[in-house]
Design a protein around this ligand. Structure first.
Ligand SMILES: Nc1nc2c(ncn2[C@@H]2O[C@H](COP(=O)(O)OP(=O)(O)OP(=O)(O)O)[C@@H](O)[C@H]2O)c(=O)[nH]1
Ligand SMILES: [Mg+2]
Ligand SMILES: [Zn+2]
Length: 346
């Protein structure tokens, strides 16, 4: 018998539910086939037919990390009858298909749910890109969990401290940790996050070393790592699906495949916090509806001129804001039917 409390289940998730259903946690999703853990162990499950009727929003579909109610079937696939309210979720905008992205429906894609920490993995080898880090921080802040920046492959970069310090000066409230899964350097700094019943989600580009870190933390070869790929800039996908792993320490890690792009999903709040210096400047503009283009008394223009605000940072901010608005606008048109077709047709 498995005690689901070890998987983080608690009264917070409990709902008024019909008899015969039992709680479970989603550990893997393969198209329409789910792997969940419940008191009877790991079992296969599918969404119950009536579940489709209740789907109203893009985020109503269970993802890895979700708690659900299960109609348990000891002879075959069990049925997921209900999704429990999430404590945290990480979403991005799913531009289904890239070239034609703007004419297709844009969905909210939930990557993972019910985690306590978001480990944003960035490689000190090739992947270090402040723009991308900012996007992840923004999305992590709105997720409801605490972001931690993990700078990987420190063994390949003699100047790793420079990067750590640069980030520390920009993000005072966020823990920034340089590690090497290869040498074990820095791993002890992760221990404070490896508590019983807590869930970590690993996010970041392909090849930065997320799965290697899972293995280094657990001390076992749990995840497959492509050992001949030594250049992370190639970004081939080794991990192919999201997966929740229970460590011997009873900490859970959700490992994810590297993401090619991270569209912003309703991350307005996160953007504001990531760029609080810009938000502060804007409040000092003479006109409250200043467009920061040609108005007199514009604090942004002034800061750009005297170098207090970095031009690139300002551009990144504008880019994120416009993506975020675009995502929101499109989601209003998302129809339940389209969503169901998408799930069935996947
Ligand atoms: N030198 C060095 N190489 C590392 C380190 N961590 C991972 N690597 C190598 O980087 C490559 C990618 O590692 P993975 O752990 O598969 O990366 P990933 O982020 O899980 O990649 P995806 O699953 O594709 O998203 C492999 O060849 C690893 O051996 C490290 O700390 N130092
Ligand atoms: Mg991987
Ligand atoms: Zn202005």
């Amino acid at each position: 018998m498995i005690n689901l409390n070890e998987y983080g289940w608690n009264l917070e998730y409990e709902q008024d539910i019909k008899q015969g259903l039992i709680p479970a946690r989603v550990v893997e999703v393969h198209r329409e086939l789910y792997k969940v853990v419940c008191e009877y162990g790991e079992v296969n499950a599918r969404l119950k037919g009536t579940f489709y009727k209740e789907i109203k929003f893009d985020d109503d579909i269970p993802v890895v990390g979700d708690f659900v109610y299960l109609q348990y079937n000891q002879y075959g696939d069990s049925l997921i009858a209900k999704l429990c309210k999430r404590k945290s979720k990480f979403s991005r905008t799913d531009f289904s298909g890239h070239a034609a992205a703007y004419v297709k429906t844009i969905h909210e894609q939930v990557i993972a749910a019910n985690f306590d920490y978001v480990f944003i993995a960035v490689s000190l080898n090739h992947d270090f890109n402040i723009n991308r880090i900012e996007r992840y921080i923004g999305a992590a802040i709105v997720s409801g969990a605490e972001p931690v920046i993990i700078l990987t492959k420190a063994d390949l970069n003699n100047e790793y401290e420079k990067y750590v310090n640069e980030l520390k000066s920009q993000y005072e409230d966020i823990d920034i940790i340089a590690i090497s899964s290869k040498t074990g350097f820095g791993l002890e700094a992760l221990e404070k996050y490896l508590n019983k019943g807590k869930t970590l989600v690993f996010l970041g580009s392909s090849g930065v070393g997320k799965s290697s870190l899972v293995n280094a933390i657990s001390g076992e070869e749990i995840m497959k790592v492509n050992s001949i790929r030594d250049d992370d800039s190639k970004g081939r996908h080794t991990t192919t699906h999201r997966q929740l792993i229970m460590l011997a320490s009873k900490t859970m890690i959700i490992d994810t495949p590297g993401m090619r792009e991270l569209g912003m999903w309703d991350a307005g709040e996160g953007i504001k916090k990531t760029f609080d210096d810009i938000e502060e400047l804007m409040e000092q503009c003479k006109f409250s509806d200043c467009s920061h283009k040609s108005e007199p008394g514009c604090a942004i223009k002034k800061a750009l001129e005297n170098g207090k605000l970095d031009e690139d940072r300002w551009k990144r901010y504008l880019q994120l804001i416009s993506e975020n608005n675009f995502g929101k606008q499109k989601s209003a048109y998302t129809k339940r039917e389209k969503l169901i077709n998408k799930i069935k047709g996947r």
